[in-house]
Design a protein around this ligand. Structure first.
Ligand code: ATP
Length: 238
């Protein structure tokens, strides 16, 4: 096993999108401080699809929350497109998330009162796009994911796999540079998980979105460009 250092070359030698250096995060617990991330470092190339695996409780979700600027690290640096995003104000971080980062979780987190189309179009409306344009782009993405006939369904009228595909469309509708996926197929049966993963991978490739995907499935991880293991608070490559 070798540790990934900030200076390690990124896969394929392409341009670096994200550079993470010496990231630390601890939580207070009744038994004392939990040192979850202990100098985590890695690079992610433009359009690269990275899988992160690790034992339960090793800090994978914490790492994604920090990469997505939803939580602040205790120390360390994260350069996204050359910009030090960990030190931005909360308002700037919110803008950055809206512009450059997409999220997919294990649960779809769709808004129950909105149709599939409205759910997918929403991030574009937040960005200020006219409703007609937002709906056209959302509709095209849903069609790409095989959901043209489900546009007007609310989440309760979608299957688990369909709802997760809508969540993928919503995450990618703004063409983010970086997609953070926390066990995006973890709630699905094996066959549906594979189907959703293949679509997610294809769409990210088409949109040139780089991905950090946390997964417990080694089968899915092996289909990614690279696998890193979160162990003892650091990312290592085997
Ligand atoms: N806000 C918090 N306060 C205190 N402890 C926390 C907090 N968030 C996470 N932890 C602890 O940090 C550790 C890492 O949690 P995290 O959810 O990042 O692990 P994980 O690798 O994603 O786990 P899993 O694979 O089970 O989802 C756990 O022990 C968890 O209880």
């Amino acid at each position: 096993m070798s540790e990934i250092t900030a200076g390690a070359p990124v896969a394929g030698g392409s341009d670096c999108l994200l550079e993470v250096t010496n990231l630390h995060k601890s939580f207070s617990a009744p038994a004392g401080e939990l040192h979850i991330l202990q100098g985590l470092a890695f690079e992610l190339a433009e359009g690269e699809f990275l899988a992160v695996v690790g034992e339960s409780g090793s800090g994978k979700s914490t790492m994604l929350q920090i990469l997505g600027t939803l939580e602040r690290p205790d120390r360390g640096e994260m350069l996204l497109d050359g910009e030090a995003i960990e030190s931005l104000s909360s308002t700037r971080q919110a803008h950055l998330r809206n512009e450059k980062i997409g999220f997919v979780y294990q649960a779809h987190h769709l808004i129950p009162e909105l149709t599939a189309l409205e759910n997918v179009a929403l991030p574009l409306l937040v960005q200020g796009l006219p409703e007609k344009d937002a709906q056209l782009r959302a509709s095209a993405l849903l069609a790409r994911l095989g959901l043209a006939a489900r546009e007007s369904h609310v989440p309760a009228r979608l299957s688990g796999g369909e709802a997760q595909r809508v969540a993928v469309a919503r995450a990618l509708v703004t063409s983010p540079r970086l997609l953070l996926a926390d066990e995006p197929t973890g709630n699905l049966d094996e066959h549906t998980a594979q189907e959703v993963f293949v679509l997610l991978q294809a769409l990210c490739r088409e949109e040139n979105a780089a991905v950090v995907m946390v997964t417990h499935s080694m089968a899915l991880a092996r289909s990614c460009d690279r696998i890193l293991y979160l162990h003892d608070g650091r990312l290592i490559q085997r």
